[in-house]
Design a protein around this ligand. Structure first.
Ligand code: APR
Ligand code: PHB
Length: 388
């Protein structure tokens, strides 16, 4: 058995765990990160890509802005497409100084792993059988690495291990409340080797269902189509996907996503989950380990970053000023934002997805009409979208 000691043991090297480890390092606080997947897997998986203004500001302020500011695509608006027309929600006019930045999670995680490496502090990839123990008193993380048992003794454990992790299930179930909602649709997402044909994201509601045009870089387009949760991805040939996208983005000016080779195809279900509280003793949950939002509105990654920025501040106040108040308010502070984001993501989802109910569809079109014509409604969308 190899024994180690650190101040904060972090489970999970996704955006939450890696940003936390970086912020702690900048405050002079030691941590060890353990991750059960490989480094290449963590970097390579296709996930989120839209950063709120507050997320960008936080990353830049903490020395992670170099490539982000150079390669990230700043967007001062999004578009809503319905009834055969595209409408702009102009963030630059509605929420001056606040925009979104398209920067793939792959790129962000690459930068974060490089920053971690530069800090000289450890990340263990490809660990097995992770357990978190004794977090009411004397926290330990145990795992297998290179065929040897390891144990980390620490002051705090950060459960940043996503929605299928081990931290949350290790908390006695009777001490948690879990709020959940399933949505009756899913997204078929593709990455295509095609230069984006618009500089702005386009969200569409069509009789045939929702579609979303997004991007990852000047040469890669990201697209999504509403489908049913039990859809078989094999049933979607490239041709069928492009034709369906063309139908759903139908609009008077003839704009369409540019076609290209499909590099990746996958189906993602949509769920809302909130775990309350986000803490048990010396174990703190952050990011997807504590909450999931439906992807409409692109909030998951931003929420994860917001959680860990509060957690890093609370842990720094504990070590540097002997204060526990921020640790004690961590969960409530996070949850306030989490529920506001659940509200917004749920609203965007119900606004833009097609059910079989014709009454609903007419109501959605009326709401889109309102949202694209009332300055008050547009401002509400813009301030939530760019980040509260
Ligand atoms: N032990 C160690 N690591 C684990 C374990 C475990 N038992 N279980 C899961 N992990 C790792 C996962 O492999 C993953 O790398 O924890 C990490 C969790 O990362 P994410 O799922 O990305 O969650 P989070 O960091 O909270 O970021 C949330 O990023 O991927 C998006 O959709 C997600 O937008 C959301 C945001
Ligand atoms: C994405 O680019 O992956 C994306 C963009 C906007 C969303 C969701 C996902 O609302």
């Amino acid at each position: 058995m190899k024994r180690m000691r650190t101040q904060v043991g972090i489970v999970g090297a996704g955006p939450a765990g890696l940003v936390l480890s970086h912020l702690l390092h900048l405050s002079g606080i030691d941590s060890i990160v353990v991750e059960n997947r490989s480094r290449d897997y963590v970097i390579g998986r296709v996930r989120a890509g839209v950063l709120e203004q507050g997320t960008v500001d936080l990353l830049v302020k903490n020395g992670l802005g170099e490539r982000l500011l150079r390669e990230g695509l700043r967007h001062g608006a999004i578009q809503l497409c319905f009834h055969g027309r595209r409408h702009r929600i102009d963030f630059d006019a509605l929420t001056p100084g606040r925009a979104i930045t398209v920067y793939g999670q792959n790129e962000l995680v690459t930068d974060l792993i490089a920053a971690r490496r530069a800090s000289g502090r450890p990340v263990y990839f490809e660990v097995e059988n992770v357990r978190v123990e004794d977090f009411d008193s004397d926290p330990r993380i145990r795992f297998r690495f290179e065929n040897q048992e390891h144990e980390i003794a620490c002051d705090f454990i950060a459960g940043c291990d996503g929605s299928h992790g081990v931290c949350r299930p290790s908390i006695p179930a009777e001490t948690l409340r879990i709020f959940e909602r399933d949505y009756p649709f899913a997204w078929l997402g593709i990455l295509a080797a095609a230069a984006p044909s618009s500089d702005e994201l386009v969200y569409a509601l069509h009789e045939r269902g929702f579609a979303l045009f997004s991007m990852r870089s000047p040469s890669v387009t990201r697209l999504y189509l509403q489908c049913s949760p039990d859809e078989d991805v094999e049933a979607w040939s490239d041709e069928r996907i492009w034709d369906e996208l063309a139908a759903r983005f139908e609009n008077g000016d003839g704009w369409l996503p540019r076609r290209g080779a499909i590099l990746q195809k996958g189906i993602t279900g949509m769920r809302s989950v909130v775990v309350e509280p986000m803490r048990r003793g010396r174990l703190f949950l952050a990011g997807d380990a504590a909450h999931i939002v439906p992807p409409t509105g692109a909030k998951g990654l931003n929420l994860a970053v917001s959680d860990v920025s509060l957690l890093a501040r609370a842990i720094a106040a504990y070590y540097h000023e002997g204060r526990e108040d921020l640790l004690n308010t961590y969960s409530d502070e996070c949850l306030r934002r989490v529920w506001r984001v659940q509200r917004f993501s749920g609203w965007m989802t119900s606004l833009l997805h097609r059910s079989s109910d014709e009454f609903d569809y007419r109501r959605q079109l009326a709401e889109l009409d309102y949202v694209t014509s009332s300055r008050a409604a547009m401002t509400s969308l813009a301030e939530n979208y760019t980040g509260l």
